[in-house]
Design a binder for this molecule. Structure first.
Ligand code: RP5
Length: 155
């Protein structure tokens, strides 16, 4: 994520990955405050065994795009809700990548953070049976919660 202030949003991705038993790391890497660190992080990610990068940032959110420019690994961008423009700025900065370097873009805020983790799990589940099973179990549990909780007083 681009700042410690993004953690209240990005912690939801981490919690979801944890629920699914997916090993991950959480780091603050700012595209504009620590640009050299960002380059090093993205360039060495593959050799460190990272398979998917979730990048959350707010405002002029160039972190996911710059990260994607420096690695061929899939980069999933989470637009963090900003104080001035409620995250629309973050969303547009991440989603409107010119053709050639894609960033998978999720919803603004908590939903996007959770879904980034679930989408990362989907990508990993192509090769990892354990992750596939965990993802299916997560979905089954979610479905069961809806089905077993009818509206009170209604049939
Ligand atoms: C972005 O600027 C970060 O991703 C964060 O969402 C936003 C504000 O950062 P802080 O000023 O709170 O560190 O780089």
């Amino acid at each position: 994520m681009g700042s410690q202030s993004d953690w209240s949003t990005m912690s939801h991705a981490s919690e979801t990955l944890q629920k699914l038993g997916i090993e991950h790391e959480c780091k603050v890497v700012s595209a504009h405050r620590t640009p050299d660190l960002l380059f090093e992080y993205a360039e060495t990610a593959e050799q460190r065994g990272i398979e998917v990068i979730i990048a959350g940032a707010g405002g002029a959110a160039h972190l996911p795009g710059m990260c994607a420019a420096k690695t061929h690994l899939p980069v999933l961008g989470v637009p963090v809700q900003s104080s001035m423009l409620s995250g629309v700025d973050s969303l547009l900065s991440i989603v409107q990548m010119p053709a050639g370097i894609p960033t998978g873009t999720l919803a603004i805020g908590k939903a996007g953070s959770i879904n980034a983790a679930l989408l990362a799990a989907s990508i990993l589940s192509n090769k990892c049976e354990k992750t596939k099973a965990a993802l299916k179990a997560f979905r089954a549990e979610q479905t069961e919660k809806v089905l077993s909780n009818p509206i009170p007083g209604k049939t």
